[in-house]
Design a protein around this ligand. Structure first.
Ligand code: T1G
Length: 698
């Protein structure tokens, strides 16, 4: 058994160092070792003060998320925190890195809190669908007031050490390492040269009950109708911290925590957290060293190219933009400049840093300017001929070992790679617009892509602050394939009797920020029309095809940009109004197909949407386009607005139940066999009593 705690005692000071990499998560073994160390220090007559510190890159970043959903193991974290608070000898905690969740709650139980200058402190439990369950909802408001405490706990956002000091959450931001400062303070206290802050000296905000209750009322009003169960319960716990005796307040918090930790929302949010970290793990990459990237070339200065260039520039790379002529280049560079000016306006970038950064940005109209690039990202017109010509030219320009990436959103990366003499250096990097904002990056690995090129793509994504998901080569990779299935299902419903407005309301009610037809209007109906047209020759004539979207495009109803699509848009409006003309087009399509419209419920819309997405996900897994179900979920959560607190289509399929969903698909397949036929994977999992989650091998 590896000891997770090291103790050393000098001149009456016991220093207890937590050492449980990578983030000192407060798992069961660490909690046990911490209790033992605390009790030993209490019992040791030579110890007068206890310093609690952590090794590695951070103070405990929370409870161990991987333990949730499993039977809890003694000692529970609240018990450890209570032991710290009840310790008869002063406990000084020395924080650094990320003092989050249970880690901050452990510090809240101590008598004195010191933090390194770069420390971030927070209670992010709400982002996991739960609440601080180790005394945070009781101790934090007493220390910093209910209003500030509620802000921290309902937002889940961390604050810097300096702000924590202002609030009274910590006693000092140390000069240099907090552990050394804590040991010095302990020694001075023992020598009678310094007094430790005492509980009596601290404000107890329970004294101002009216302000506390006002803060609770404000927080409740501010919440409105919360889709998530945790925020209102956090507010209830803070209210209880004032109104109930201490022990009852802690018990109330524990009950609320246990309610929340077993909710489907909490399971989904934990799933999303672990999925993000799992996505970068692929066995063949484990021992693969990424190539060094310093100079990046971006071909194309349009919306995508300028967004990609912005993201690379902001991440510290030297960036050269290539455009076909001076006019286009000037426009492309101006787009990047505007993007960075926005960052300055938002306070994300100082004017001085903006100037320094811009010195790393250049442009050219000749591909030869990329001779020194370590990576080239092509973001030219979405046409195979255009792209293969660019890659053929690049092949003769860039240095050996340079990585060549295409930002194509659906084209065959194998065919683009074949245009070069170095297919091993070619990969797909599918950014989402706006590329400087959207987190998702589909890393499209072609047949001959070298593993170190794939590793380079993941390393680039991490440096860009993106969530990278590995995809195989196919039309639509992962996200657009699942989106197309979702839209096909809703198009069928349009023909069968639903209106686009009813469908959008149903999907927004289910948790999407926008319904499928609102998204189509925003993106432009012509984009998916072009895809349908491109795939028309491959379409099975026996398959059901809904031509409503094509009809609307032919009427010039291309969406917001045309002032009308599925909705009607007043000049400059981004929110549309329902349009009877669209309903007439749909009615005409039904008549032409002899379809008698039927009543369709919100529940059916939501169920068909989920079934279609999960079934396409199962097909994507069977074809090995995605490595695991949680990668599919991650794509939909980070790139397509799937509600994070539902975890993604594969997580939802597990929660609904594979047997139920498989049988639903079978029922639908009786109407339209090809589209709704359940993938074979459903039967395989059901037969073995497994879920999609069982395929998410870490
Ligand atoms: N539990 C278990 N593993 C964790 C973890 C955690 N709390 N936090 C991180 N990891 C793993 C992560 O999976 C990855 O593993 C590695 O550490 C590096 O993480 C009672 C109940 C701290 C800001 O929500 O926000 O306390 O993939 O890639 O980018 O009230 O990790 O290498 O195997 O994210 O430098 C509350 C969650 C828990 C903080 C560091 N705490 N963590 O970011 O590294 S609930 C949190 C983070 C709780 C109490 C309640 C970040 C980070 P692997 P990483 P990073």
């Amino acid at each position: 058994m590896v000891d997770t705690v090291r103790v050393s005692t000098t001149d009456g000071v016991a220093t207890v160092v937590i050492d449980n990499p990578p983030v000192n998560a407060l798992g069961a073994d660490l909690r046990r070792d911490l209790m033992t160390a605390l009790r030993d220090a209490e019992a040791d007559a030579s110890v007068q003060v206890i310093v609690l510190a952590a090794a590695g890159r951070t103070w405990p970043a929370g409870a161990d998320i991987r333990e949730f959903g499993q039977p809890p193991r003694d000692p529970w974290l609240p018990e450890v925190c209570s032991a710290v608070a009840a310790c008869p000898k002063p406990v000084i905690v020395a924080m650094h890195g990320n003092a989050l969740g249970g880690g901050l709650e452990l510090a809240l139980a101590a008598h004195v809190r010191l933090a390194d200058p770069g420390t971030r402190l927070g209670l992010p439990e709400v982002t996991l669908g739960i609440l601080p369950g180790a005394g945070g909802t009781q101790r934090l408001p007493r220390l910093i007031g209910a209003r500030a405490a509620l802000g921290m706990m309902t937002s889940g956002l961390p604050i810097p050490a300096e702000r924590a000091l202002e609030l009274g959450l910590i006693d000092a931001v140390t000069e240099g390492e907090a552990r050394l400062a804590a040991q010095r303070l302990a020694a001075a206290h023992i020598a009678g040269e310094a007094s430790l802050p005492s509980a009596a000296e601290r404000p107890d905000h329970r004294m101002d009950a009216s302000d506390w209750l006002a803060a609770v009322t404000e927080a409740r009003k501010g919440l409105g109708v919360s889709r998530l169960p945790a925020p209102p319960r956090i507010i209830d716990c803070v209210e209880a911290a004032l109104l109930l005796p201490e022990e009852e307040g802690f018990a109330y918090e524990r009950t609320a925590f246990e309610e929340l930790v077993s909710t489907p929302e909490a399971a989904a949010l934990r799933h999303a957290f672990l999925a993000e970290r799992r996505a970068a793990r692929h066995p063949e990459l484990a021992a693969t060293k990424p190539r060094e990237i310093a100079e990046i070339g971006v071909i194309g200065g349009g919306l995508m190219g300028s967004g990609i260039a912005t993201a690379c520039l902001a991440a510290g790379y030297r960036v050269t933009m290539i455009e076909r002529d001076d006019q286009a280049l000037t426009a492309g560079l101006a787009r990047v400049a505007t993007n960075r000016d926005r960052a300055v306006a938002k306070g994300q970038l100082s004017v001085a840093d903006r100037e320094t950064e811009w010195s790393r940005m250049s442009g050219a109209t000749a591909m030869s300017a990329l001779a020194g690039a370590d990576l080239v990202i092509e973001a030219a017109f979405e046409d195979e001929g255009v792209k293969t010509a660019i890659f053929a030219e690049l092949d003769g320009v860039v240095k050996p070992g340079a990585v060549l990436a295409t930002n194509t959103s659906y084209l065959d990366v194998n065919r683009i790679a074949a245009a070069t003499s170095r297919p091993g250096d070619v990969i797909g990097l599918h950014f989402f617009s706006p590329a400087q904002v959207m987190k998702l990056l589909e890393v499209v690995v072609a047949e001959r892509t070298s593993p170190d090129v794939t590793a380079t793509a993941f390393a680039l994504a991490k440096r860009l602050g993106k969530v990278a998901v590995r995809a195989g080569v196919c039309d639509g990779f992962i996200g657009n394939r699942v989106l197309t299935a979702y839209r096909t299902a809703t198009d069928f419903l349009l023909e069968d009797g639903a209106s686009p407005y009813q469908i959008d309301r149903a999907m927004v009610g289910w948790g999407f920020p926008l319904g499928p037809y609102q998204v189509l209007d925003m993106a432009g109906l012509d984009i998916s029309w072009a895809r349908r047209t491109r795939l028309a020759e491959h379409r099975d004539p026996s398959e059901r095809y809904v031509a409503i979207g094509d009809r609307l495009c032919k009427l010039g109803r291309l969406g917001q940009k045309a002032g009308r699509g599925y909705y009607l848009y007043a000049e400059g409006a981004r929110t549309g109004t329902e349009d009877p003309e669209v309903l007439e087009v749909i009615a005409a399509e039904r008549t032409a197909k002899g379809i008698e419209p039927r009543r369709i419920t919100e529940a059916e819309i939501q169920r068909r949407a989920l079934a279609a997405m999960a079934n396409e996900g199962a097909r994507i897994l069977e074809e090995k386009i995605a490595a695991r179900p949680s990668d599919i979920d991650l794509v939909m959560l980070t790139g397509y607005g799937f509600p994070r607190w539902r975890g993604g289509p594969m997580q939802m399929a597990d929660q609904v139940g594979l047997l139920e969903l498989r049988d639903t698909l079978r029922d639908y397949a009786r109407e339209e066999e090809t589209f709704w036929r359940p993938a074979a994977l459903w039967d395989e999992l059901i037969k073995n009593g497994r879920k999609f989650a069982d395929l998410n091998a870490d």
